[in-house]
Design a protein around this ligand. Structure first.
Ligand code: GUN
Ligand code: FE
Length: 452
């Protein structure tokens, strides 16, 4: 039997299904010593009893009026080493931006003092934005990725960290690449072993197999990483069909699409997350759905590097798993609240709207735009499902990764007048107007990691 470690009393909003907001009004969330929600108790005699016991034990957190508990936000695609160049040089095309700005920055992380300083700042900043789980691309060299993992463990952020694999001399500069496929595979294997050994049961930080994207990896490396994924059961992440250049490069080299190629290399698994996927075909979406591969939708960077909008409605209807990524620093905001809003806005640009008199000519594909509830789901429960982890919902058995949203604070845009009492409206307000200033306490796996 695990013991009760924390009881949080208040009203929670979460989305167990894509279009289903569930309100857990005035409930007691009982969290066990493993950081999981053991019970959600509605108001009544039993709740009174549990709350009284928790209060006596000093483990009760009673939420204030005008605050709501929501699941922690899940960033499905972020490049940790690119944090220092957030907001820079985004008007370059992807392939130029990588060579001119990004590779010269990423190579600097061999300096462990630099890595420690940047990663410490990054992890603390993301927690303050409500990001309780991040699926990180690291760098090519092994040691700085362990420094990133240590920063996550120190500050209590749930994370998945990947040593970036890139060995193809045709596309990767000599100063920043794996020496060859065998070295890249050995380093990836060592990284997985060392990261796992840093933690006991219930690990907070998981290793991820991370070919940067097909253009930067040889066939030998991709095939080896596919075998390693099967052997270790690790998650897999990469970029797929992001820009015209990236898509065209794969087609020319391998004579097929990213998804088909990755499948051939054994990299399309239930635990695979593909960033972007802007130009995937219908059969590719079918393959993703069949394999249980998820897409990390990164609307901000898609506007820059792809000039394209991922057709999220079509993907969801085809049964593709999906969540949101900031894609720092291809995206310029660390906030998944901003990410939700960009996902909403881009889907509205793509969709034709509801007025039959409107011309679809300039409106992309005529799809029904996403709703506020759907983008909230993407940033929480959708992200959890994409990672096959029990996170993103506030129900029994799930990890208590959660944050408090506070209305009407002096420097926050989230204003909720007393006459607004419908929770659907409150959720819409949160999605469209909340910012980091509205975030109060943040918990990850039952541990309080931030109070502001
Ligand atoms: N494709 C390959 N590497 C990268 C990267 O660092 N960022 C983005 N957005 N796309 C990539
Ligand atoms: Fe990326």
């Amino acid at each position: 039997m695990t013991q009760t470690a924390l009881v949080v009393l208040g009203t929670a909003l979460h989305t167990p299904s894509r279009d289903g907001l569930e309100v857990l009004q005035d409930c007691a969330f009982v969290v066990d010593s493993a950081g999981r929600i053991a019970e959600v108790i509605p108001p009544g005699a039993r709740q009174d009893e549990v709350v009284a016991e928790a209060e006596a034990a000093g483990i009760l957190h009673r939420m204030a009026p005008e605050t709501w508990l929501i699941p922690g936000l899940v960033d499905l695609h972020i490049h940790a080493p690119q944090w220092p160049q957030l907001g820079l040089a985004l008007d370059e095309p992807l392939e130029v931006w990588l060579q001119k700005y990004t590779f010269p920055l990423e190579v600097r992380y061999q300096d462990s003092a630099f890595a420690t300083e940047v990663y410490d700042d990054l992890v603390r900043s993301l927690l303050a934005q409500g990001t309780t789980t991040a699926l990180y691309f690291g760098t090519v060299h092994k040691a700085p990725n362990l420094i990133l993992a240590e920063a996550c463990l120190r500050h209590g952020q749930r994370a998945l960290v990947g040593k970036v694999a890139m060995d193809d001399p045709a596309t990767c500069p000599e100063f920043y690449r794996d020496a060859d496929a065998a070295t890249a595979l050995a380093e990836t294997r060592d990284f997985i072993t060392e990261l796992r050994a840093m933690q006991g049961e219930n690990p907070l930080v998981l290793p991820v197999i991370t070919p940067r994207f097909i253009p930067s990896c040889t066939d030998e490396l991709l095939a080896g990483l596919g075998k390693l994924a099967a052997e270790t059961g690790c998650h897999v992440q990469t970029h797929a069909s992001e820009s015209d250049w990236a898509k065209g490069y794969v087609e020319q080299r391998l004579g097929c699409s990213d998804c088909e190629a990755l499948d051939g290399f054994g990299l399309m698994t239930e635990r695979t997350v593909l960033a972007h996927c802007n130009f995937v075909s219908d059969p590719d979406m079918g393959l993703m759905a069949e394999r249980g591969v998820a897409v990390a939708h990164c609307p901000m960077s898609n506007a820059y590097f792809a000039n394209a909008i991922f057709p999220m409605r079509r993907a969801l209807e085809r049964g593709v798993e999906a969540g949101l990524g900031t894609d720092i620093s291809g995206g310029f905001s660390p906030s998944l609240l901003d990410g939700m809003r960009h996902a909403l806005m881009s889907s509205r640009h793509l969709g034709a709207g509801t007025d039959p008199g409107l011309s679809p000519d300039q409106r992309g594909s005529n799809e029904t735009p996403l709703s506020a509830v759907e983008v909230f789901w993407l940033a929480t429960a959708g992200g959890g499902e994409a990672l096959s982890l029990p996170i993103g919902q506030l129900r029994e058995g799930f990890y208590f990764d959660a944050l408090v949203i506070r209305a009407n604070l002096p420097r926050s845009g989230l204003r909720v007048r007393p006459e607004i009492t419908r929770h659907q409206e409150i959720l819409e307000k949160i999605v469209l107007t909340a910012d980091a200033a509205a975030i109060g306490e943040v918990w990850v796996q039952g541990r309080k990691v931030l109070e502001q």
